[in-house]
Design a protein around this ligand. Structure first.
Ligand code: IFM
Length: 448
């Protein structure tokens, strides 16, 4: 194909996570995770991950789908309790073998492996010992990561220590909307500190192996603009950023927690984690890239009197629609990438998730003509090209998700895949977006 190829040299991939697609929640010696426990509480969730997309049994077919699309790289997560049922101690060989076979197959098909070590599924036995609020969990995580480095490290190109630690810490322990469902902001702060320590320990353990892949972390954020130019809203946007992105990115790249938010939490009477200089040094262990999950931007408004330690709830102004906080503004991705580069100067940035969810029905021929998804991906990839043309170190882009999947407490209704999954039969069908993305990858440019 002649003509400019602006996506040349960029890794284009698709992503998934263990709980969301694997199923087989207790097969072959797998231990229970905090999410298995959560899904099984009667009336708590719309669905469970017991079967999900049955990827555990169908991974060969799914790798063929990846091959058919033509992705350069596949990002997936390892289930900690599948590999170490108790979270520490003996390894479950059958679990480890599953990932060994997956990685081998990817390699044989010319697809790079990008592995997320932790995508929220803590072994329940570790939760029973205090979970991430227990400082020892960081060392258990390092040992688990070390087991993976040793078993599959030679065939993994990219390691992501944690996916969205903000969600694990704050949705799991402050708002209580996610497993393990606690509602204690001080605990969420302790958890985030231990997640960060565990990240540093895993990075150091990886360096000790001498393996040649890359290691980094993936952070989520909905970049916030102030609702108005007022000082109060500008400060609200800063708090939003510091409490979410900055709470993790500042310690990792700048070596300290964000000052304003630290003071803010203190004023609110929260218990702040005890942070030593060694902790900060550990957390700042150099990474090879910063991964970001980007879906949309947001708007921050000061909400005086809100009884919420973060003070970041968006309250629409009179006459403004509540959905105003949910904006697809692809050009904000470019601004965000520039902000990340200016603020943190990572060696590389990878968009480790970007994607579009909808309730979809196939047409009478069984096809899913998901033009809205194509439009969404097109516009975001356009901004990725713009970022690279502007010299930003963006090296990879992964569509979320390879398959329609279990969207946590939301169940299976919201479909995000390039590939449709008929949950009754487990039949897979490539959507129009998968075919389109395949052409983009082949031609290394945006196609209509
Ligand atoms: O499905 C999730 C994923 O687990 C984490 N990032 C956001 C995705 C879409 O909701």
């Amino acid at each position: 194909m002649s003509g400019p190829r602006p996506l040349e040299g960029m890794i284009l991939g698709a992503a998934s996570s263990a709980i969301q697609i694997e199923g087989s929640w207790d097969a072959d010696g797998k231990g229970e995770s905090i999410w298995d426990r959560w899904f099984h509480i009667p009336g708590r969730c719309k669905a469970t991950g017991d079967v999900a997309c049955d990827h555990y049994h169908r991974f060969q077919e799914d790798v063929q789908l990846l091959k058919q699309i033509g992705v350069d790289s596949y990002r997936f997560s390892v289930s900690w309790p599948r590999v170490m049922p108790q979270g520490r101690g003996p390894v479950n060989q059958a679990g480890l073998d599953f990932y060994r076979r997956l990685v081998d197959l990817l390699r044989k098909n010319g697809i790079k492996a990008a592995v997320t070590i932790y995508h929220w599924d803590l072994p329940q036995t570790l939760q029973d010992l205090g979970g991430w609020a227990n400082p020892d969990t960081a060392a258990y995580f390092r040992d688990y990561a070390g087991t993976l480095f040793e078993a599959i490290g030679r065939d993994v190109d990219v390691w992501i220590t944690h996916n969205e630690p903000y969600v694990a810490a704050f949705m799991g322990h402050a708002t209580g909307r996610f497993a393990p469902g606690h509602r204690d902001h001080s605990e969420a702060l302790a958890v985030s500190h231990n997640l960060l320590r565990s990240h540093g320990l895993a990075v150091q353990a990886y360096r000790d192996t001498g393996l040649a892949g890359k290691i980094g972390i993936t952070l989520d954020y909905f970049p916030a603009s102030p609702a108005t130019d007022s000082e109060a809203d500008v400060l609200a946007a800063q708090r939003d950023r510091e409490s979410h992105l900055g709470w993790f990115a500042d310690p990792i790249f700048l070596g300290h927690y964000p000052a304003m938010m630290w003071e803010h939490y203190k004023k609110k009477g929260l218990v702040l984690p005890r942070v030593t200089l060694e902790d900060l040094e550990l957390i700042r262990s150099p990474v090879d890239f910063l991964g970001i999950n980007y879906y949309r931007s947001s708007v921050a408004r000061d909400c005086p009197g809100e009884d919420w330690p973060l003070d970041r709830t968006y309250v629409p102004a009179p006459g403004e629609k509540a959905q105003a906080n949910y904006r697809h503004q692809p050009e904000k991705l470019f601004e965000y990438l520039r902000f990340l580069n200016d603020t943190y100067a990572p060696k590389e940035i990878m968009v480790t998730e970007n994607g579009y969810g909808a309730q979809e029905t196939p047409d009478r021929h069984g096809r899913v003509m998901d033009y809205d998804r194509i439009d969404y991906l097109y516009r975001h990839l356009e901004q990725c090209i713009r970022a690279r043309e502007n010299g930003l170190p963006l090296s990879a882009y992964y569509v979320w998700s390879l398959l329609d999947d279990l969207e946590w407490t939301g169940g299976y209704a919201h479909r995000m895949g390039l590939v449709r999954v008929e949950y009754e039969t487990q039949e897979r069908t490539m959507k129009e977006s998968a075919c389109w993305y395949g052409r983009v990858i082949r031609e290394r440019r945006l196609v209509e």
